[in-house]
Each structure stands twice: as C-alpha cells, then as structure tokens.
Design a protein around this ligand. Structure first.
Ligand SMILES: Nc1nc2c(c(=O)[nH]1)N=C([C@H](O)[C@H](O)COP(=O)(O)OP(=O)(O)OP(=O)(O)O)CN2
Ligand SMILES: [Zn+2]
Length: 135
C-alpha cells in the first residue's frame, strides 16, 4: 500500500524569460512581459510529495519534519529572495521558466530522498499557473 506525503513551502524570486540568441522582437513575441529586461518577481508556492510504503514502526512514509528541513536547506536557501537569472548557477544558461525551476528543485532534492520513494514537485508560479515534475 503506497501513500503520498506532502509538504508545502514558498519562496519569492525575480526572473526574466528570454534567450540571448534571439533578438528583442522575437523575445517579446514569445515571452511578452516576462522578458522585462529589469526583471520581475513571483511568489512561488511549492508542494513536494514523497510516495512510498508506510514504515510499520513509525507510521511515516517519510518524516515531514525531515522533508521540511531538506526543502529549507536545498531549495529556500538557494532560491528565496534571489534573482534566478543572476544569482542561481543552474540558470546561468537555462531559462528560469516554471518548468525548468521545478526540474532544478527536483534534482536538488532527489539525492536526499530514500531511493525506494517517489518524488514529485508541484510549483505554482502564480495562483493559476503551475507545473508538475516527477522525474
Ligand atoms: N509554460 C510556461 N508558460 C509561462 C511561464 C512559464 O514559466 N511556463 N511563465 C510565464 C510568466 O513568467 C508568468 O508566469 C506570467 O504569466 P501570466 O499567465 O501572464 O500570469 P499573470 O501575471 O497574468 O498572473 P495569473 O495569476 O496567472 O493570471 C508566462 N507563461
Ligand atoms: Zn515571470
């Protein structure tokens, strides 16, 4: 019997969506207001879920206090109050779209989650725009 255990978190960050190899016209056509050269920010909401068997001794799929601390150390400290394009090495050559941010978060957390458990990251960029990555 598998159960999904989840932890919510949030961070805020600035970004700009653009490709340096495209001219301004094309960047504006594809990325619109998200291509603002002075950047813009979002309050990101994150749901990290771990799915697996319940440990019969603890009753936990995973201790959610441990998951909270992992998110704080590996996600919030890396991304919160940062300019994703300028401050976060993973986005030096990668557009910080919601999809790419979700993949980066998943990759940061995966090494710290038991191999027998599945990991899912849901990232809300706005209250209505969200992406899901499961590896
Ligand atoms: N597939 C994707 N599409 C878009 C992304 C993305 O990361 N992946 N990002 C953006 C913008 O950065 C940003 O999310 C603005 O999107 P928009 O829909 O314009 O949102 P609003 O500011 O209008 O706020 P809502 O609350 O969503 O109405 C665009 N596309
Ligand atoms: Zn944006």
């Amino acid at each position: 019997m598998k159960v999904k255990a989840s932890r919510k978190a949030s961070f805020n960050a600035a970004h700009r969506l653009y490709r340096p190899d495209w001219d301004e016209e094309k960047n504006n056509a594809v990325f619109g207001k998200c291509n603002n050269p002075k950047f813009h920010g979002h309050n990101y909401d994150l749901i990290v879920s771990v799915t697996g068997e319940i440990d019969p001794e603890t009753g936990f799929v995973m201790d959610l206090k441990v998951l909270k601390d992992l998110i704080k150390e590996h996600v919030e400290e890396a991304l919160d109050h940062k300019n994703l394009n300028l401050d976060v090495p993973e986005f030096k050559n990668l557009n910080p779209t919601a999809e790419n941010i979700a993949v980066v978060i998943w990759n940061k957390l995966r090494p710290h989650i038991n191999k027998n458990k599945e990991l899912e990251v849901v990232l809300y960029e706005t209250p209505r725009n969200f992406v899901t990555y499961t590896g």
